[in-house]
Design a protein around this ligand. Structure first.
Ligand SMILES: Nc1nc2c(ncn2[C@@H]2O[C@H](COP(=O)(O)OP(=O)(O)OP(=O)(O)O)[C@@H](O)[C@H]2O)c(=O)[nH]1
Ligand SMILES: [Mg+2]
Length: 605
């Protein structure tokens, strides 16, 4: 067996926000891949618009640096549980990984999830205790917890002896001891070169597993992966082996390797390296590209199954077609199926109704990011309330269950446990640090989590953090009754005006401003009671010549509650939809008229 000692392939994995992308910044900046004085900013790898807006990594991405003459290919992965499909594929390119752990938070649910995957794939690990600059760092305790985690997850004894590096990614320093003496992260680079294995090379003709895809409007589809065997060059003929085992022939157009933020065009690339190549059309992640001399498929990447589903429907609101560029069934269908090429943990199915598609994903954020991306591309459609995916296993109806970890203060324990018990959560751990901070851990069916985030943030005044990670399927427990109040539903089409909205505000909380175009059946507010009520927000005050009181002259409206897309999806009930267009996010009842809704209520009785 041969090794490429001039290369290391590593994945950076961690729980959300523990500092992966910031560490990659430091690696890029300190390996001098940028010109002097080049303005590169922060979170360089979070290049996608939504990533920058939300401050989180959504897609796994490749980069590379050179240190002591060795090229280190780096895959930065997302830490949010909803994008864990990206981690699974990122790991497939690597031999080693950096497991980052925040020095204050310690190992979190997603730390365990990513480490389990890395160890199962046989990756060698370096633990990086990050954010040691934080005032309340509790390094010894965190190390202790990490040891426990490895003991639980290791698949072989040698995985237990891992190296530990202490770092402040933000300050760009790292060391082998907690009190870092150096001024850079070279101890981390040294540790990678000395302890993470170089890629092992099999002999034989070209073979590569496609782990990621990109698209270029001139070059077409770009397949990204690690070459397992042989070498590849432009104009080589290759075979693509897809999921069904079908083979087709292609000519490689261009081959690139990574350096910093660039892809470098190369004359050829060899086993062990991570490359991007063009010319192989209609390739999917998980396909193998190989030489026709020995066209055998590599095992496809194992991705965990989705846990929630929602329907995407062609827009049927009275405002359909006004704001989007792509509004038809065909356009919606094509776009959704195209997403499957790159979004590995997503599933799309046709339904009995030709204008409705069932879309399954790993969590509300996973689906919300798809919706937001499509809306920005000019699509217009409607989505239903997400629901947990129910399956039958061995004749038993089962539902997904997750571990919910909440970091909060003592004051909120009562209200949280009360809210969560109604959502069928079971507390499995509670830890207090003696200073008013408490960590609560629950097992909760996924259905109990849907719509929880909003009320969680409100009832803990934004002072708590929640994280979830998929645990497995368990026999279904009973239904959860919605605790949300009824809504204020517009009774007429038109433009909302102050007078009408003021009347609506006497009934509850409004979601729209004066001047907003509304239609009959559109949700314009939250009632303070449990029933839905129709309100006419377009209603004008009857004109009289006499002003009865000064308050009539200028009605002051309370500012409306504006919901983000995620909040809107979280908010709606089963008989409601979110209408999504490039310009607006509207909430509506599925049945638009009052009489239709009355009829359906009496039919259900
Ligand atoms: N104090 C301190 N803050 C840090 C450090 N490293 C990162 N941060 C901050 O932590 C936050 C999250 O950093 P990211 O690098 O985006 O974290 P990430 O792990 O890539 O997050 P995801 O990709 O979304 O999972 C940012 O506000 C960083 O500035 C550190 O060493 N010290
Ligand atoms: Mg990141």
């Amino acid at each position: 067996m041969k090794y490429r000692r001039d290369i290391r392939n590593i994945a950076i994995i961690a729980h959300v926000d523990h500092g992966k992308t910031t560490l990659v910044d430091a690696m890029l900046k300190q390996s001098k891949v940028f010109r002097e004085n080049q303005a590169v900013g922060e979170l360089i790898m979070d290049s996608n618009t939504l990533e920058r807006e939300k401050g989180i990594t959504i897609m796994a991405k490749n980069t590379a640096v050179v240190y002591r003459g060795v090229k280190i290919n780096i895959v930065d992965t997302p830490g949010h549980a909803d994008f864990s499909g990206e981690v699974e594929r990122g790991i497939s390119m690597a031999d080693g990984c950096l497991l980052l752990v925040d020095s204050v938070e310690g190992p979190m649910p997603q730390t365990k999830f990513v480490l389990r995957h890395a160890l199962q794939q046989g990756l060698k690990t370096i633990v990086v205790i990050n954010k040691i600059d934080r005032a309340n760092a509790r390094i010894d305790e965190v190390i202790h917890l990490i040891h426990d985690l490895f003991l639980e997850l290791a698949t072989s004894d040698d995985q237990l002896d891992f190296h530990v590096i202490y770092a402040s990614a933000k300050e760009g320093i790292a060391g082998t001891e907690p009190n870092i003496s150096g001024k850079d992260i070279s101890p981390l680079f040294d540790c990678i070169l000395d302890n993470l294995p170089p890629p092992r090379i099999e002999s034989g003709p070209f073979q590569m597993l496609v782990s990621n895809l990109d698209y270029d409007s001139h070059k077409g589809q770009i397949a990204i992966g690690r070459i397992r065997r042989g070498k590849v060059a432009p104009r080589d003929t290759v075979v693509r082996l897809n999921a069904t085992g079908a083979e087709d022939y292609h000519e490689v157009a261009e081959v690139f390797t990574y350096l910093g933020l660039k892809r470098l065009k190369v004359a050829h690339a060899e086993a062990g390296d991570i490359v991007a190549m063009t010319g192989v059309e209609k390739v999917s992640i998980g396909d193998t590209i190989a030489s026709p001399e020995q066209p055998s498929a590599l095992p496809r990447i194992q991705i965990s199954e989705p846990t929630i589903e929602m329907t995407f429907i062609v827009n049927t609101s009275p405002f359909a077609g006004r704001e989007g560029r792509f509004c038809t069934t065909r356009q919606l269908r094509e776009r959704l199926y195209k997403e499957l090429d790159t979004n590995l943990s997503l599933r799309v199915q046709d339904t009995d109704s030709p204008d409705t598609f069932l879309v399954k994903g790993r969590g509300e954020l996973h689906l919300a990011i798809l919706i937001e991306t499509m809306r920005r591309e000019g699509y217009e459609f409607e989505v239903s309330k997400p629901e947990a995916i129910i399956k039958v296993i061995d004749g038993i109806l089962v539902e997904p269950v997750e571990v919910l970890t909440i970091d909060t203060r003592d004051d909120y324990i009562g209200v949280l446990t009360d809210m969560l018990s109604k959502r069928q959560a079971r507390m499995i751990d509670m830890r207090n640090d003696g200073q008013d901070n408490v960590r609560l851990v629950f097992e909760i069916p996924t259905k109990g989590l849907l719509g929880f985030r909003g009320s969680f943030l409100t009832s803990t005044r934004g002072e708590s953090i929640m994280n979830t990670v998929f645990l497995g399927y368990e026999p279904c427990r009973g239904k959860i009754v919605s605790t949300r109040n009824g809504v204020l539903v517009a009774s007429e089409q038109g433009s909302a005006i102050t007078y009408g909205l003021n009347n609506a505000q006497e009934r509850g909380l409004t979601f729209i401003e004066p001047g907003t175009q509304v239609y009959e059946g559109m949700i314009v507010g939250l009632n303070s009671r449990v029933q839905d009520i129709p309100v006419n927000v377009c209603k004008e005050k009857k004109k009289t010549n006499v002003r009865s009181s000064t308050s009539d002259i200028a009605v002051k409206l309370t500012p409306p509650l504006k919901m983000s897309l995620e909040q809107a999806i979280d908010f709606i009930n089963k008989d409601e939809l979110v209408e999504v267009t490039p310009k607006n996010i509207r909430l509506r009842k599925k049945l638009l008229t009052y009489s239709q809704r009355l009829r359906s209520i009496s039919a259900a009785r």
